[in-house]
Design a protein around this ligand. Structure first.
Ligand SMILES: C[S@@+](CC[C@H](N)C(=O)[O-])C[C@H]1O[C@@H](n2cnc3c(N)ncnc32)[C@H](O)[C@@H]1O
Length: 287
């Protein structure tokens, strides 16, 4: 990744060329689809368990940016009506088979729809739970995305957001440790020891700046959609972090139910001790 000053951009609030390029990228990238195919049931299980824990029985759930649709299918099997959505019809191709099985066997509906989180085709207050995993960092206008999530959530309903904390000072230190042990770091974020160290310092600065600011300070970057290397969030457009989310949700009058939950044992300890710098966002808010 280049330094922030070179990559920092502003939100794409209207249909800009970047928004069009990102949509086209997700609509056509067979390589990305191949990477998503590796996200099997075991991969999605921790997210599904977390959503189930904060969802009442027989709920109506909207999953955003569901990729291959497996998490939506697992949530449906847990006893909920689920609409799984993604901007890419290509990524949702295989999901049609689970939709058929669910309609035949189950008492709960499972449906997949192609849609952009920035323009959700649902009426206000439609869902009990709106959730996403590893989506928000790919959205070039997070403020609009969060407003849309809030709009379609019923009063008393919940929004559950998971994904990497791209402003955690710890994230680049993991790359540094890997590089010291002779293993590769992540493309764009910590490919060299120097890059990992400077990103960690930058994230400490961002953390302090965000904590001190009374309002959310959404920070964007130019995603790399041309390179051969995907994964490692090179295609991310927003420096996702829990501090922005917390401030934005509070500003809209929502209650923070859990600032950070954590998935693994280490993650849970981090979530209790340092919820805002833990490696993953796992936030639950109530409308
Ligand atoms: C890293 S993948 C995560 C997919 C899935 N949630 C998972 O965990 O396997 C990001 C997903 O977000 C989708 N996406 C990106 N921008 C989007 C947007 N504006 N609206 C809806 N989905 C979007 C992509 O098509 C892709 O499937």
């Amino acid at each position: 990744m280049n330094s922030v000053s070179q990559t920092e951009t502003s939100a794409h609030t209207s249909e800009t060329p970047l928004r069009q390029r990102m949509r086209q990228f997700y609509e056509t990238s067979e390589t990305y689809k191949g990477l998503l195919a590796e996200h099997d049931e075991a991969y999605h299980q921790p997210f599904v368990e977390l959503v189930n824990r904060y969802t009442p029985p027989n709920a109506q759930i909207l999953e955003l940016g569901c990729g291959n649709g497996i998490a939506s299918m697992l949530l449906n099997r847990s006893g909920h009506d689920v609409v799984g959505t993604d901007i890419s019809a290509l990524f949702l191709e295989e999901a049609a088979q689970w939709q058929k099985t669910a309609t035949r066997d189950g008492e709960h509906n499972l449906e997949y729809r192609v849609c952009d989180v920035l323009e959700l085709p649902f009426q206000d207050e439609t869902f009990d739970v709106v959730c996403s995993n590893e989506l928000i960092e790919h959205v070039p206008d997070i403020e609009t995305a969060l407003s849309e999530m809030i709009r379609v959530t019923r009063k008393g309903g919940r929004i559950i957001i998971c994904g990497p904390n791209l402003c955690s000072p710890l994230m680049p230190l993991i790359d540094l440790m890997r590089l010291i042990r002779g293993k590769p770091g992540r493309p764009f974020w910590g490919e060299t020891k120097r890059q990992a160290l400077s990103n960690s310092a930058r994230n400490i600065f961002l953390y302090m700046k965000k904590r001190l600011s009374p309002s959310p300070q959404f920070l964007y970057r130019e995603p790399d959609l041309e390179g051969e290397v995907f994964g490692g969030d090179g295609d991310s457009a927003y420096y996702a972090n829990p501090i922005d989310l917390e401030k934005c949700f509070r500003h809209h009058g929502l209650r923070i139910v859990k600032r950070c939950i954590g998935f693994s044992t280490k993650g849970k300890i981090m979530a209790i001790c340092f919820p805002r710098i833990s490696l993953y966002i796992s936030m639950v808010v109530q409308r």
